[in-house]
Design a protein around this ligand. Structure first.
Ligand SMILES: C[S@@+](CC[C@H](N)C(=O)[O-])C[C@H]1O[C@@H](n2cnc3c(N)ncnc32)[C@H](O)[C@@H]1O
Length: 251
């Protein structure tokens, strides 16, 4: 069975559940992306923190072997946490932290409360826009940062819900590390790459994934359905330079 997500209409969520195929009336990079991003690059974002995330962040930094300056890997929007567990096996010397706001998804990895740890894998329930800002303020900077299949928000009017159109985007970049975004909607990947290029001056391109490993449940599902998948990689030196050269204070 094949269904699409229409960019209008009320059956968006159920259509996504059936196929995961993104369809949008937007067929190129959003015309307002540069304007929106440039505003965020110049002005401070003053929204208050999500308080349950602040509490859970405290629990995380209270882990005995987690301290500022330490190498760790972030899996943002980790869903069920399967990708986090896979990364923890791949990087046994690192603490690998999976973050998601959905209690239902995280419960599939037995997260009953706010944080669960298995070996070098930590899963934490948190709102990313607050979580990233807290990490940055406390100078907990990941060595690598994975964003696997973020919600695409295919309606053009929802540009500011996509991570590269969101006010937190400067902090996401400034957090640093090598960033990899994966996505099944080419426009999202191209926009993300374009936003990185505008913010950092470094030419980044979206690439179609050639060796799909099924690193996460969504990647496995889309791959089984034969969808093309896209990746954007941002080198750590680019995000570090962005943090140091940013025109405004990001913490
Ligand atoms: C499409 S799913 C992808 C899950 C997983 N990365 C994968 O590839 O299988 C997107 C995930 O991002 C999470 N998410 C979206 N916005 C978030 C936010 N602001 N803070 C935390 N998690 C968020 C959702 O709860 C969901 O689990």
């Amino acid at each position: 069975m094949r269904a699409v997500i229409e960019s209008t209409g009320s059956s968006v969520t159920s259509a996504l559940a059936v196929s995961g195929q993104v369809s949008s009336c937007q067929d190129t990079v959003h015309p307002r992306l540069k304007q929106v991003l440039c505003r965020y690059l110049k002005t401070d974002w003053l929204q208050s923190y999500h308080s349950p995330t602040v509490d859970n962040f405290r629990r995380l930094v209270n882990l005995s072997d987690f301290s500022a300056g330490q190498s760790f890997i972030l899996d943002s929007g980790c869903g069920t946490g399967k990708s986090t567990l896979a990364l923890a096996r791949q990087f046994p010397e690192h603490l690998v932290i999976g973050v998601d706001r959905s209690a239902t998804r995280l419960a599939k990895s037995s997260l009953e409360h706010s944080l669960v740890r298995r070996g070098n894998c930590v899963l934490i329930r948190a709102e990313l826009a607050t979580f990233w800002r807290l990490l940055l303020v406390a100078a907990y900077l990941p060595e690598r940062h994975f964003l696997f299949y973020p919600n695409p928000w295919p309606k053009p009017k929802h540009l500011q819900r996509r991570w590269h159109g969101h006010p937190v985007f400067p902090q996401l970049l400034a957090l640093g590390g090598e960033i990899e975004l994966r996505c099944n909607w080419e426009i999202y990947a191209r926009e993300f790459a374009h936003a990185v290029s505008i913010a950092t001056g470094y030419d980044v391109q979206a690439q179609q994934l050639q060796n799909v490993t099924g690193v996460s449940p969504f990647e496995t599902k889309y791959n089984q359905r034969g969808q093309p998948l896209f990746s954007v990689r941002v080198p750590g030196r680019v995000t570090t330079a962005f943090r140091h050269n940013s025109a405004r204070s990001l913490t």
